[in-house]
Design a protein around this ligand. Structure first.
Ligand code: NAD
Ligand code: DAO
Ligand code: ZN
Length: 368
């Protein structure tokens, strides 16, 4: 079949909207018609050429929502007409990783996914006879995409696509880091570095978890108003002067019980660790740093009881947890609508990336 898609033919070049050939689903795969997709910084990072694993030409996009239109042989967990969210972190429920409650990093299709291919080692997308690679196993910048059934989460049918697509990455990453990775307890003092599409979701996750204090830290003063909308109690701008770690320790009465780095800046990662409370504070790295960068601290920070952790996709097991997060949204326990600041057609997708780079959008969404 044919599908319209925004293709990344080369790094650093705008996406091109073209009609691709798409092969139907093979064994264990499903064909999904995307209804909406969010634009995330990770797509921009890969398009910039800075991602060492970035492959071109490819169909980017990993934050979608849509409807199953066809299922391949052997598919049992979803059916035609099911509403689904594609998962860049799949959940096979049988691999060594899925069977270990300490991780959400299913490895069932990791190798081929990292090579931009489906589990059988081939791509379903092509253009004028040439292979176009998949991206993060999802490729949601295409009206239709093919996914392994272990990489789709079935969601309730009354959830709107244009907001629920955000659960495919940003919402789950932020809220999940609080509830699954850190397991923030009621009464905790929480510090969030970077109040973008991820950090704001950490804030609302911390509020939902019953945190007593939620301190937001950002160099953009406009983000104070955004943070307060979702439950932030205090705001600090590092550019206002003084040592930011000392300011946080004073403001929290001894340090954070939990801190979250939602930027991808290795200097800030150190601040996030060192602002944690002696004896028990835990810092969670969510931000993705540049290729080859490393983090530093004095080991004594860890000897004296601070903990350093990381979180991918909010520690969520997609097929199990994503439908629950959609329920939290539909029940009003978390918000999504105010964070979707811009909506575009597929033809306007490059405009969406321009707004992201200017820091003018929290989340831009393409509606198919
Ligand atoms: P964003 O650009 O929307 O937000 C970043 C925020 O950080 C902005 O508000 C910016 O003003 C602020 N900031 C920048 N430098 C700062 C500094 N030195 N001190 C304080 N604030 C600063 O980005 P986002 O979409 O929220 O993504 C954040 C990070 O999370 C990115 O690195 C992204 O790749 C990563 N990410 C990780 C996962 C995961 O599973 N771990 C998933 C999705 C995204
Ligand atoms: O299992 O090695 C692996 C792959 C894990 C991928 C985790 C991705 C999380 C960070 C990337 C940002 C996603 C938008
Ligand atoms: Zn698995």
């Amino acid at each position: 079949m044919k599908t319209r898609a925004a293709v990344a033919f080369e790094a650093k070049q705008p996406l091109e909207i073209v009609e691709l050939d798409l092969e139907g689903p093979k064994e264990g795969e499903v064909l999904v018609e995307l209804m909406a997709t969010g634009l995330c910084h990770t797509d921009a990072y890969t398009l910039s050429g800075a991602d060492p694993e970035g492959l071109f030409p490819s169909v980017l996009g990993h934050e979608g929502a849509g409807i199953v239109r066809e299922v391949g042989p052997g598919v049992t967990s979803v059916a035609k007409d099911d509403h689904v969210i594609p998962l860049y972190t799949p959940e096979c429920r049988t691999c060594e990783y899925c069977l270990n409650p300490k991780t959400n990093l299913c490895q069932r299709i990791r190798e081929t996914q990292g090579k931009g291919l489906m589990p059988d080692g081939t791509s379903r997308f092509s253009y004028k006879g040439e292979t176009i690679y998949h991206y993060m196993g999802t490729s949601t910048f295409s009206n239709f995409t093919v996914l392994p059934e272990i990489a789709v989460a079935k969601i309730r049918e009354d959830a709107p696509f244009d907001t629920t697509c955000y659960v495919g990455c940003g919402v789950t990453t932020g809220v999940g880091a609080v509830v699954n990775t850190a397991k923030v307890e009621p009464g905790s003092r929480v510090v969030v570095f970077g109040l973008g599409g991820i950090g704001l979701n950490v804030i609302q996750g911390a509020k939902m978890a019953g945190a007593a204090q939620i301190v937001g830290v950002d160099i953009n003063p406009d983000r104070e108003e955004w943070g307060r909308k979702f439950g932030m109690t205090d705001f600090l701008n590092p550019r206002d002067g003084g040592d930011i770690v000392e300011r946080i320790v004073n403001l929290t009465g001894g340090g954070a019980d939990y801190s979250f780095e939602c930027i991808g800046n290795t200097n800030v990662m150190r601040q996030a660790l060192e602002c944690c409370h002696k004896g028990w504070g835990t810092s969670v790295i969510i931000g993705v740093a540049g290729a080859g960068e490393t983090i530093e601290t004095r080991p004594f920070q860890l000897v004296t009881g601070r903990n350093w952790r990381g979180s991918a996709f909010g520690g969520a097991r997609g097929r199990t947890d994503v439908p629950k997060i959609v329920d939290w949204y539909m029940n009003g326990q978390i918000e999504i609508d105010p964070m979707i600041t811009h909506k575009f057609s597929l033809d306007e997708i490059n405009k969406g990336f321009d707004l992201m780079h200017k820091g003018e959008s929290i989340r831009g969404v393409v509606i198919y």
